[in-house]
Design a protein around this ligand. Structure first.
Ligand code: NAD
Length: 356
């Protein structure tokens, strides 16, 4: 059970340290191998995803990832920017299915900007396709416009596309996930405007015939953005493409009060995965021991369940997180009066204690 541990930049090393202490406190012995990634790797080896880091990720059963990025790297050419490490790992490891649960713990309803009756008990899952869409489509670039109205002006262009098999494989993952939950899939697209979305919708509709026990609905992305704020509990599993999923999953994250609570998993076809918190490297709070490590600890729990086949250990970690919240422990991002504020390290220690 070799786990590649890639802490990255900003708060990455702090939140990963907390998650590693939780893994070490569990019964099974994991082979934890660390490697630099992102800006830290660029500083050390001149590339955000050095060959040795990629080789470790390829040979491991799973990857536990902190976060990458810092504004000081914005001056670098795009291929050397820290965020390229994530895209590179997704591409090289064939990670096409992103799972982002958005759960609002009863203890944290006050930390959400939405009313408790809208958010209390929220438990939805966003399934985002990760390997296709406009993020990877060609051609793309910046050229001289040939539009008579803007002739000669610089214009940017990108290409959106999805093939039927790409939609089908993410669709099946969503239907299968729904079967283990409340048996509802909402497929989000923009089929009233985009051809790519029309094909997406056709494939989802056809697929639904294989899953007659799951209810399929379709929603345009603009409406989905509204409904997520208006009545998020009406959703169960939301499945969508790379671009729409990028935006909607961050919106769903904020419903729960803090992005510091939300884990994610990116899986390949064999359930090997990269596990990371949904947030970024938060350079504004790095090194201050105030970042919330719970999203990373919950990502480690997803890793135990999906890639390492250890559901009991995964349950134990999730239960321990629930326990520390019930005990009133909070990091600053989820703090409300009457609760006890802890630092990153201390929150990790509280989860370790709750495990026993
Ligand atoms: P961010 O998610 O890093 O931070 C947004 C806000 O949330 C900040 O105020 C931050 O302090 C807060 N925050 C984030 N995580 C937190 C935590 N665990 N506990 C408490 N507060 C937390 O997004 P950003 O500021 O837009 O981006 C910062 C850097 O992260 C950029 O370089 C960006 O490219 C990168 N980024 C990386 C990833 C990734 O590694 N997967 C994802 C998103 C952004």
């Amino acid at each position: 059970m070799k786990i590649a541990v890639l802490p990255g930049d900003g708060i990455g090393p702090e939140i990963i340290a907390a998650a590693v202490s939780v893994l070490k406190a569990l019964g099974p012995k994991f082979d934890l191998e660390f490697a630099p990634v992102g800006g830290a790797a660029y500083d050390l080896a001149g590339h955000p995803l050095p060959p040795s880091t990629l080789a470790l990720a390829q040979s491991a059963a799973a990857i536990l990832f902190g976060a990458v990025g810092d504004w000081k790297y914005d001056i670098l050419a795009r291929e050397f920017r820290p965020e390229q490490a994530i895209l590179g790992l997704r591409k090289h490891l064939g990670l096409f299915a992103n799972f982002r649960p958005a759960i609002c713990y009863a203890e944290l309803t006050a930390a959400s900007s939405l009313k408790p009756e809208i958010i209390g008990g929220l438990d939805i899952l966003i399934v985002r396709e990760l390997n296709g869409d406009i993020y990877f489509g060609a051609p793309r670039g910046i050229r001289e416009s040939s539009n008579p109205l803007f002739l000669g002006a610089r214009e940017g262009f990108d290409t959106m596309h999805y093939s039927e098999p790409e939609v089908e494989r993410i669709g099946r993952i969503a239907f299968e996930a729904a079967r283990k939950r409340n048996k509802k899939v909402c497929s989000v697209d923009k089929a009233n405007v985009l051809e790519t979305s029309q094909l997406w919708r056709d494939v989802m509709t056809r697929l639904s015939q294989d899953y007659s026990d799951v209810e399929l609905s379709h929603m345009y992305v603009d409406n989905a953005a509204m409904q997520l704020v208006k009545a998020p509990k009406a959703f169960d599993v939301v499945v969508t493409g790379n671009l729409f999923g990028d935006i909607l999953s961050d919106e769903a994250a904020m419903l729960t009060g803090s992005i510091g609570m939300l884990p994610s998993a990116s899986l390949d076809k064999n359930n090997k995965g990269l596990y990371e918190p949904s947030h970024g490297s938060a350079p504004d709070i790095a090194g201050k021991n105030i970042a919330n490590p719970l999203a990373t600890i919950l990502s480690a729990a997803m890793m135990l369940r999906y890639s390492l086949g250890l559901p009991t250990e995964a349950d134990r970690v999730e239960q321990a997180v629930q326990t520390v919240l019930s005990q009133g422990y909070r990091t600053v991002d989820i703090y409300t009066p009457g609760t006890q504020q802890l630092g990153t390290r201390e929150m990790g220690e509280a989860v370790v204690k709750a495990l026993s």
